[in-house]
Ligand binder design. Sequence first.
Ligand code: NAP
Length: 480
Amino acid sequence: METRNLIAGRWTDISSSGSLEVVDPASDKVIARVPMCGASEALSALNSAYEFQPEWEATPPAQRAAVLHATAKLLVARKDALARIITQECGKPLAEAAGEVQYSAEYFLCAANEIQALNEMEVALDRPGVRGVVRHRAVGVCAAITPWNFPLAMLARKIAPALAAGCTQLAKPAEETPLSAFALAEILLECGLPPQCLQVLTGDAKSIATTWLMDGRVRKLSFTGSTETGRLLLRQCAQEIVRCSMELGGHAAFIILADADLQLAVQGALQAKFRNAGQTCICPNRFLVHENIASEFTARVAVAAAQLKIAPGMEADSKIGPLIHDAAVEKVRAHVADALARGGKLVCGGRTKEIPDRPDRFYEPTVIANCDPSMLCFEEETFGPVIPIMSVSSEREAIEVANSSPFGLAGYVFGGNDKTTLAVAQQLQCGVIGVNEAVPSNARAPFGGVKWSGFGREGGVWGLMEYVTTQYLAVRSLDK
Ligand code: NAP
């Protein structure tokens, strides 16, 4: 398992300020030490990426795509080993981690296909003898800063289209989960990526980001993480007018209409809510259920939630692993306590489960009925396995409550009639919506938010377009 940084084409553990510990959240054991880099290493990485940029951009798209195709294949071939790395550093159950590897591979496949389909276009001009030509060029050196909850996939979504487009890439993974990033870099190099194309650094996030964003040579930042950090980075990007994609926090509503298929809704709720113990940006946080079916949905979802196996992710059949760190547990506790203090009714869960010799970080799947928008859990994402349920009297009320949040990443609508269900879905102010579907994210489709959830899209041709600039040439040909 690689634990060094990839800078200027070489794996190195030289850093200006020591090392960082990587800890397994399910055991508190230190599983690795990685370099603690700062401004000087960030500058070396940038120099190298900038130097190699023209060569990579000039590499034919088919050759770039071949590296990405091979990477997708190798990711799948090494799925089990990679899944173990993900589970060790971020805690999610192994089966989910394997799903993340597959999902990451699909981004490489998709970017490889999209770049080969991206052709020059002609625009019909109303000027005789002049041709309009539209082409796409690589944006230039790109920076990626990613969170811990999908340590492989969040990087894959950025690195794959950036490399496909002909950009060199600087990457700073979250301090909790750098090992998946190193493993991905190793695979890319094995598949023929020229080493200077990708630089992976761990360390002081603020110094690294400031060095990259204030330099003028980084032309694009793709950030996934909290809205608070996104705001800070946007301010820095303003200085050198760095192009940005911002994949920020979510606060999804999960609307269940009066005529919904309850079994499908319960299954969907479990699937969408409890992935990664509720720590995904598209996990539903506000369940808005029609009053006619609210008590039945509540009872059924609570019975099903209470059966989910809570165990370290490495154990077979684990469905709920640990939360990432103690601060995450404290946030869930605070949200649950606030909801109960404001009249919420605890239906199941509501505490951590004790597991011998394990840290107190395994939060039970929790269902709270009688919730309302005054509660903390309706204001911001809980990032834990909690289902807060509010009953609503109409579709209009559900839409109003859903849209009252400043966040707008994902939403879900479950209903028995396609026309009405779609009509409700289309009124939601968010970028990704599951309509009787709990897993809307797909590498071929655009993923991203509106409002405080950010802007820019990842996946499909939309993801690729974030890494190209459109160049227009008005060409008067003098050739005979
Ligand atoms: P975070 O605290 O914002 O951290 C994300 C990344 O930003 C990490 O690499 C972190 O580095 C870095 N960072 C932190 N402070 C920084 C600074 N001042 N300057 C530059 N970089 C800085 O978010 P998180 O808690 O890890 O992730 C959870 C959040 O991500 C949730 O809000 C979730 O909804 C969101 N998310 C969104 C999406 C999406 O697609 N929209 C997907 C997944 C997650 P260090 O780790 O080294 O501090």
